[in-house]
Ligand binder design. Structure first.
Ligand SMILES: C[S@@+](CC[C@H](N)C(=O)[O-])C[C@H]1O[C@@H](n2cnc3c(N)ncnc32)[C@H](O)[C@@H]1O
Length: 206
């Protein structure tokens, strides 16, 4: 089977190098702000495929020790620079570890991650991966996290546009995470999605 380019590190590195990061939000994700407090998450939070998300800083501000995992060095450097932080950079197994205060970004492949965390925040991580990789991704999340997850999935007519982001049907979310329950469904109000018949975000928790 031919691999979708979004399954490769070269695809994502090229995106960061070209500044093609339309997924990045200038402020913390509204669903995180709204639903994280009711999750009852423990101290150590995992943010897979974190990019340079402002969510890392917001979670640290809530008192968590936050570990993001990200392939692209540009993303790691940008996160700390944009938050006025001087990271300590060191080697840690197969990763390069960037740390300042309560935020650590492990630069490397999420599938190489070991260890366990108390909770996970998944925004634009599951939906960034093509169908053939999602089973393996979810198994890795389930293995690494011993507590609740807050997940935002994405839905649109996949015959009208190629991912990423990929549409992930509700029944697939339930199959990957049998304990997941839907807590909110939000219509995406953006022109580029109206052009392909609209899109929805679904917020899930375990
Ligand atoms: C769609 S972006 C979302 C970033 C972030 N979650 C956000 O909300 O802004 C997906 C990110 O995952 C990273 N990525 C893709 N595959 C990865 C992998 N196997 N391990 C670590 N990071 C990966 C990409 O470089 C990219 O920054």
């Amino acid at each position: 089977m031919n691999e979708h380019p979004a399954a490769t590190s070269a695809f994502w590195r090229a995106r960061w190098a070209a500044g093609q990061i339309a997924f990045h939000l200038a402020t913390p994700n509204p669903s995180l702000l709204k639903h994280w407090p009711s999750l009852g998450a423990g101290h150590e939070v995992l943010v897979p495929l974190c990019g340079k998300s402002n969510d890392l800083a917001w979670l640290a501000g809530q008192g968590h020790a936050v570990t993001g995992v990200e392939l692209a060095a540009e993303a790691c450097a940008a996160f700390f620079a944009e938050h006025g932080l001087e990271p300590t950079v060191s080697a840690e197994g197969r990763f390069t570890r960037w740390n300042a205060g309560a935020v650590t970004i492990l630069q490397g492949d999420f599938f190489d991650l070991d260890g366990t965390f108390d909770a996970v925040w998944d925004r634009a991580a599951l939906i960034a991966l093509p169908p053939a990789l999602r089973e393996r991704y979810a198994a890795q999340v389930r293995a690494r996290v011993r507590g609740p997850m807050l997940l935002v999935s994405f839905l649109y007519d996949g015959t009208r546009r190629d991912g990423p982001p990929f549409p992930v049907p509700d029944d697939e979310v339930r199959r990957l995470y049998p304990d997941a329950r839907e807590i909110e469904r939000v219509t995406v109000d953006e022109e580029r999605w109206n052009e392909v018949g609209g899109a929805e975000e679904v917020v899930w928790r375990t």
